[in-house]
Write a new protein. Structure first.
Length: 220
């Protein structure tokens, strides 16, 4: 899952991004409304955490512009304001949920996961079955022949990208785009490290290498 944080309080934005990455999400951060609108409009995000008081364009206008353009990405609005009127205004512009600062990080993560589950339940099943593997994308758990397999957050994120397109070839750039953030400038071969770890835990035959193209998750 790839998230976008649009928040001009840089310390808060960095803190949120660090915590959400530890949960296994790929997270991009921008600090003004216009940049947020541009990036969210690219359509590559599964959820947007959007502050209301932003330079360039406030969160209400960003949200309204995204909805007017037909983007249905879940939006969780953040604000230092408090009161029913502000909440109603945020929801009226198309936001899916609303959180008032200061807030508990645990509550934010719960809200994020709830919105993602809600979106998943309206489309494809959150539980994917590929041969002996069961991948629960909502609970972020993996089972092999009925036995749970412990994965790190990043291992699960890589597996998820393969599982949602089981049987298809998924290239390294696609995995990097969804599992790592746009600022990642390290070695793209880091993916091979995680693929090797997944093969050790799930069975070598579960993930095929398609030379020059990427990887394919198959029933084993």
């Amino acid at each position: 899952m790839r998230l976008l944080i649009v928040e001009d309080e840089k310390r808060l934005a960095v803190s949120l991004a660090k915590g959400l990455r530890a949960e296994g999400f790929a997270v991009d951060v921008v600090h003004d409304g216009l940049e947020g609108l541009y990036r969210a409009g690219e359509g590559v995000y599964d959820l947007v955490v959007l502050d209301i008081m932003l330079p360039g364009m406030n969160g209400y206008r960003v949200c309204a512009a995204l909805r007017a353009a037909g983007h249905d990405v879940p939006i969780l609005m953040l604000t230092a304001k408090d009161g029913e009127y502000d909440e109603a205004e945020g929801l009226d512009t198309g936001a899916d949920d609303y959180l008032t600062k200061p807030f508990s990080y645990v509550v934010l993560v719960a809200r994020v996961k709830a919105l993602l589950r809600r979106r998943g339940s309206s489309g494809a099943s959150p539980v994917l079955r590929i041969g002996s593997l069961t991948v629960d994308t909502a609970a972020r758990r993996v089972f092999r022949d009925g036995t749970e397999v412990a994965l790190t957050a990043k291992e699960f994120a890589v597996l998820e990208q393969l599982a949602v397109r089981a049987g298809e070839v998924v290239g390294k750039p696609e995995i990097l785009e969804h599992v790592w953030d746009f600022a990642y400038d390290g070695d793209p071969n880091i993916i091979e490290v995680y693929i090797s770890a997944l093969r050790r835990k799930l069975g070598a035959a579960a993930i095929q290498t398609v030379r020059g193209a990427g990887y394919r998750l198959v029933a084993s």
